[in-house]
Ligand binder design. Structure first.
Ligand code: SF4
Length: 377
């Protein structure tokens, strides 16, 4: 199993909380597509014989590109790698880009999964976040995509938005359920430096939601979605049935080979992580050469720590046999020694062969997980 990620680094405007790499000018779209094609050629040997199972157009705002351009990239990928078994091709979409015409064109491509950046069904929140759409547009975009026959739709929601009450959040989650989408990602708002929200928080004009509110909202979401038949398969992700888990994200969390194309994209082949330059102009100039890459070779300790981190965020958890197979009996002993105190206070539970963080403790998973890392003296 392997995954292909294609970064589309364009956005019409910047959202107030966003620190992803993107450009607010689409003037270089054609140059960019050509640069991506050069990078694809350059990395044609990357997957070897491994078939690619998933393709993901992320951003930025991939729905700013005409569907025919997305298909051109899919065709290019097909000409270079084995995509015969590909089962999931996702495009991230902003609701305000979606029109009947756009969906008609999208339906003619190989894309079979849409991921909508909804974030909230409350116009006040959307305005605060700096989103370009309103709640009505989000609902209409999803309904239009469903009417067009897209049967695998995901939407993103954000909790911990300053000023959003528990009742409002509950209504947001319920509206997502009622819309009948197959997948929901619910993220806690992060306020980062170098964003409008970061500046506002520093100036005291934005008061972040407290940890307690965020934890309560997380649990409200968990309760509503699991009661509605969604499976909670990763800290932020819920699928309406096994077949709607995001294969692409699953590939990341399981440590499968993935190739990321475009500025700031990452790739991983089981041994090393490759980072592409975080600058659109440099990328367009240098794509197709080795000069856009930085590399990090992962040590056995890095791999152990990554495994612990990702496995404990998923419903797969840490399986004793899998841990011992990957990191030997010593690795298993080390984990069980460190996990002891968390087992005693209920922050980790053991069910047969599997260790997991219970859902109500997932919001503090970062501190649990970092205590389980192997740190070289
Ligand atoms: S649309 Fe997405 S990538 Fe673009 S600025 Fe907003 S949050 Fe960031």
């Amino acid at each position: 199993m392997a995954a292909l990620y294609i970064h589309i680094p364009f956005c019409k405007t910047r959202c107030n909380y966003c620190d992803f790499y993107k450009s607010t000018s689409c003037a270089k779209t054609e140059d960019y597509i050509e640069a991506l094609e050069r990078e694809m050629e350059y990395r044609r040997g990357y997957f070897g014989d491994t078939p690619v199972d998933t393709v993901f157009f992320g951003g930025g705002t991939p729905s700013l590109l005409p569907p025919a351009l997305l298909q051109r990239l899919i065709d290019k990928a097909r000409s270079l790698w084995n995509l015969e078994e590909v089962s999931e091709i996702t495009v991230e979409a902003n609701p305000d880009d979606i029109t009947e015409h756009y969906l008609d064109e999208l339906a003619r491509t190989d894309i079979n999964r849409l991921s909508f950046g909804v974030q909230s069904f409350i116009d006040r929140d959307l305005k605060l976040l700096g989103r370009r759409h309103n709640a009505q547009q989000a609902v209409e975009a999803i309904r239009a995509a469903q009417a067009k026959g897209f049967g695998n739709i995901s939407l993103d929601l954000i909790f911990g938005i300053p000023g959003m009450s528990l009742r409002e959040w509950e209504n947001n989650v319920l509206r997502a359920v009622i819309l009948g989408v197959q997948h929901i990602s619910a993220y806690c708002l992060t306020i980062s430096d170098n964003t409008v929200f970061g500046d506002m928080a520093e100036a005291g004009t934005l008061i972040p939601a407290s940890d307690e509110i965020c934890e309560e909202q997380f649990m409200i979401c968990h309760r509503i979605l699991t009661d509605s038949g969604f499976c909670h398969y990763e800290i932020s992700n819920y699928a309406r049935g096994e077949e709607f888990r995001s294969l692409h994200n699953w590939a990341y969390w399981c440590g499968k080979t993935y190739l990321g194309l475009g500025p700031s994209a990452h790739s991983y082949d089981g041994d090393q992580r490759i980072y592409s330059v975080n600058n659109l102009e440099k990328y367009i100039d240098l794509a197709g050469t080795d000069r856009i890459y930085g590399r990090e070779i992962l040590s056995r300790i890095d791999k152990y720590n990554e495994y612990i981190m990702t496995a404990l965020r998923t419903d797969y958890g840490i399986r004793r046999d899998a841990l011992s197979e990957r990191f030997g009996f010593k690795g298993l002993l080390y984990f069980e020694y460190c996990a002891g105190k968390f087992l005693r206070n209920g922050l980790i539970v053991r069910e047969g062969n599997v260790y997991r963080i219970p859902p109500e403790k997932l919001m503090v998973s970062n501190s649990i997980i970092s205590d389980l890392f192997y740190i070289e003296e």
